[in-house]
Design a protein around this ligand. Structure first.
Ligand SMILES: CC(=O)N[C@H]1[C@@H](OP(=O)(O)OP(=O)(O)OC[C@H]2O[C@@H](n3ccc(=O)[nH]c3=O)[C@H](O)[C@@H]2O)O[C@H](CO)[C@@H](O)[C@@H]1O
Ligand SMILES: C=C(OP(=O)(O)O)C(=O)O
Length: 419
């Protein structure tokens, strides 16, 4: 299994190209199930999750062309197999996003239940209850969700008791082809959901309230094909912002607008990181010392849970203390013991962690069991004295394209050790 070695102490300087967002690409790929005409996505990131989604859609029967060099994906055709098998779904939870589109267009689907993962139990009850409210019959059998709606889905008013990105996306896609009006109340409003809704509108869907927590969808008979550019990855951008800041460097995050950072931008500024919007992108610089700042994860526009581990790595070397509270996932502090092995002073208790900044971290062999935890260890390694080796790199490859090349391009001493 590949590993990443970082020799700390280099100051990052230069510019970094930010790829298309993983969390937008995956639902956008599923939209191809809503039309036979074909969807082309540009600015597509070459990530292992995108490859998994492409394999899932291909086994449903779609023709998939993935031009990695040209950064686009073309998905076209009809689903001839309505089953999403366990072997693919277990690799990537976002596979559940085929359920709504398959059910809306083909009136039936069998999708393996995605199980929990390292960061939490992550049930899909809100997806299933929403589809039931739209008239689907849902049966759980042999680890699979069997959903059917022989008469087609019908519009409904769905109030989410808790904000869910995936459930909002699944029901939004399903509602585009349902009979009548669907209203999603307390819907998630992450930039990736706006991107999905914008693409659906370009396909002929009728959606109001884009960008708000109340989406009103008037179902249409059919959708047509489109070409859609995937928005830049705010989590990749935020990760590189933390990387630059921890080294006292300055980087330009190309193509990034700071609005997509939500509350994260304020936390970074308060911590002493300068963010300057330029035409070409967002410039991130740290001139003075870092200050400890509290952060609480919340749905967008709050502080993103997908940035929590990276921000904690930054706070590990800040002056003073920082209290970091995770409200979205019940087990998202797996980086804490690994950061501690690098000399960080962190006490986690329940959903909060107190980080007392230290003047220096030291390199160590480390391992993480999820994507953002892994990258937080790279960030810590950039500032640590000596070598850090991050094991289990396959987590990183789910969500970061060529992370080591991008960091080396701005001066980091980092390499992938292939095995
Ligand atoms: C591919 C993708 O876009 N992944 C993102 C998406 O995940 P995902 O869509 O899985 O996350 P959700 O927003 O659905 O989850 C938020 C919370 O709601 C709970 N929940 C969710 C659905 C449900 O049916 N029942 C339920 O209880 C979850 O366990 C979690 O505690 O949003 C998360 C929260 O911003 C991000 O961390 C992930 O990177
Ligand atoms: C948790 C994440 O992704 P996923 O929902 O795909 O597991 C993430 O991107 O940090």
């Amino acid at each position: 299994m590949d590993r990443i070695r970082i020799r700390g102490g280099r100051t990052l300087k230069g510019s970094i190209a930010i790829g298309g967002a993983k969390n937008a690409a995956l639902p956008l790929m599923a939209t191809a199930l809503l039309t036979g005409e074909g969807v082309t996505l540009t600015n597509a990131p070459a990530l292992s999750d995108v490859v998994t989604m492409a394999a899932l859609l291909a086994q449903h029967g779609l023709r998939v062309e993935h031009d990695r060099a040209g950064r686009h994906i073309r998905l076209e055709g009809e689903a001839t197999n309505l089953e999403a098998p366990y072997d693919l779904v277990r690799k990537m939870r976002a596979s559940i996003l085929v359920l709504g589109p398959l059910l809306a267009r083909y009136r039936e689907a069998r999708v393996s239940l995605p199980g929990g993962c390292a960061i939490g139990t992550r049930p899909v009850d809100l997806h299933l209850k929403g589809l039931e409210a739209m008239g689907a019959r849902i049966d759980l059998e042999g680890g699979y969700v069997h959903a059917s709606a022989p008469e087609g889905l019908k519009g409904a008013r769905i109030l989410f008791p808790q904000v869910s990105v995936g459930a909002t996306e699944n029901l939004l896609m399903a509602a585009t082809l349902a009979r009548g009006t669907t209203t999603l109340v307390n819907a998630a409003r992450e930039p990736e959901i706006c991107d999905l809704a914008t693409c659906l509108v370009a396909m002929g869907a009728n959606i109001e309230g884009i960008g708000s927590d109340r989406l009103v969808i008037e179902g249409v008979e059919s959708l047509h094909g489109t070409t859609h550019p995937i928005l830049p990855d705010r989590i990749e951008a935020g990760t590189f912002a933390c990387a630059a800041a921890i080294t006292g460097g300055e980087v330009l995050l190309k193509g990034v607008r700071q609005e997509i950072f939500g509350a994260c931008a304020a936390n970074l500024r308060e911590a002493g990181v300068e963010l300057t919007q330029e035409d070409a992108g967002l410039r991130v610089a740290r001139v003075d010392g870092l200050r400890g700042v509290d952060a609480i994860t919340e749905p967008f526009p709050g502080f993103a849970t997908d940035m929590q581990a990276q921000f904690m790595a930054l706070m590990a070397v800040a002056e003073g203390a920082s209290m970091i509270t995770e409200t979205i996932f019940e087990n998202r502090f797996m980086h804490v013991p690994e950061l501690t092995r690098m000399g960080a002073r962190i006490n986690a208790h329940g959903s909060s962690a107190i980080v007392r900044g230290v003047s220096r971290l030291t390199g160590a062999p480390v391992m993480a069991t999820d994507l953002r935890a892994s990258v937080s260890l790279i960030i810590a390694g950039l500032a640590a004295q000596g070598d850090t080796v991050v094991n289990r790199v396959y987590h990183l490859d789910r969500g970061y394209e060529q992370v080591e090349q991008k960091l080396a391009g701005v001066g980091a001493d980092i390499e992938r050790l292939r095995e």
